[in-house]
Design a protein around this ligand. Structure first.
Ligand code: NAP
Length: 290
């Protein structure tokens, strides 16, 4: 039998990464001659770490924070959001060249499309101005969305806007708009959002305890809204719990995690990702761990 194609996730720390479970479930299901594991690679020795793995015949990598900028600098060629945000989470080695992609934002948009959440008619309100918010905003902007970022640090939110607006694009969608607001002054905006996205860690499990807190005043929610959390531990944050009780469609952080993995899988293997198989494996692993 031919040698297996080798892929892995790299970062530091890396031992808790869920990526091997998701990718290996897909390989098993499609009977692909691939295998996927994880390796500790520090961002400060990024190039040496990847080179060593390429010498060991690894042909595809996922990169976790904080190595995504180093990965961008390492790649021979970058594409789309990876070039715009200087951030690579997927590297594919092809014909001796390293190709860098970012699947966080595009994966998120694929998830919205699969759930029939319209990109051009809805007003998206994102809470937070960190890495997750940046990827989501860039991909939404690329796809013609009306976006408001609400952050406690207005300067960081404005930096995201500058990056997105100044980035080179083949075409700028004429319907796209993006503005920033201070979270503490954004109550009206939040209650008028069509799609509300939490991209902060507020509500996460901390030392196995859920932080019973929400990034917004929960009284601002109403049943006409779609509510998305980027957090997947716990699967239901206080924000999602309240939104669900009002009858809102709710989506936890599994969706973002799964869809970025699915797109990476497709770039690496050239095969359509078996998303339901990947979701099942991910949920089983999360339920076992947390
Ligand atoms: P990050 O770069 O550290 O950004 C965190 C953001 O949350 C910052 O804007 C921070 O504001 C804000 N924040 C933190 N505590 C806050 C508070 N008490 N009040 C208001 N804002 C607060 O982190 P990230 O990488 O963007 O991750 C954010 C969340 O997304 C995490 O929960 C992470 O688990 C989740 N995530 C999920 C996926 C997935 O695949 N599902 C992928 C990536 C991230 P300051 O800048 O003012 O500190």
């Amino acid at each position: 039998m031919a040698e297996k194609n080798k892929a892995c996730v790299i970062g530091s720390p890396i031992e808790h990464s869920l990526s091997p479970v998701i990718h290996n479930a897909a390989y098993d299901h499609l009977k692909l001659n691939w295998f996927y594991d994880r390796h500790e690679v520090d961002e400060t020795n990024f190039n040496e770490g990847v080179e060593e793995l390429i010498q060991q015949d690894y042909v595809a990598f996922n990169v976790t924070m904080p190595g995504k900028e180093a990965a961008h600098n390492y790649c021979d060629i970058t594409y789309g959001g990876a070039s715009r945000l200087y951030s690579v989470n997927t590297i594919v080695v092809k014909n001796g060249k390293t190709h860098g992609y970012s699947t966080d934002g595009d994966g998120f948009v694929n998830f919205l499309k699969d759930e029939n959440i319209d990109l051009s008619s809805n007003h998206f309100v994102i809470i937070g101005s960190g890495g997750a918010a940046r990827s989501i905003c860039d991909a939404l902007f690329e796809n013609g969305a009306r976006i408001s970022i609400c952050a406690r640090n207005l300067e960081k939110a404005n930096e995201i806007i500058d990056t997105i607006k100044n980035a080179e694009r083949d075409i700028t969608n004429p319907h796209s708009s993006i503005n920033a607001y201070e979270l503490k002054n954004a109550d009206e905006l939040i209650s008028n959002a069509d799609v509300l996205i939490n991209a902060t860690p507020i509500g996460m499990h901390i030392d196995k305890e859920i932080e019973f807190d929400s990034p917004i005043n929960l009284e601002l929610l109403n049943s006409d809204q779609i509510v998305i959390d980027t957090i997947y531990s716990p699967l239901e944050t206080p924000l999602l719990n309240k939104a669900k009780s009002l009858g809102c469609p709710v989506y936890n952080g599994i969706y973002m995690l799964l869809y970025q993995a699915a797109l990476s899988f497709e770039l690496m293997t050239g095969q359509k990702a078996p998303i339901n198989i990947m979701r099942k494996a991910l949920l089983e692993e999360i339920n076992n761990r947390f």
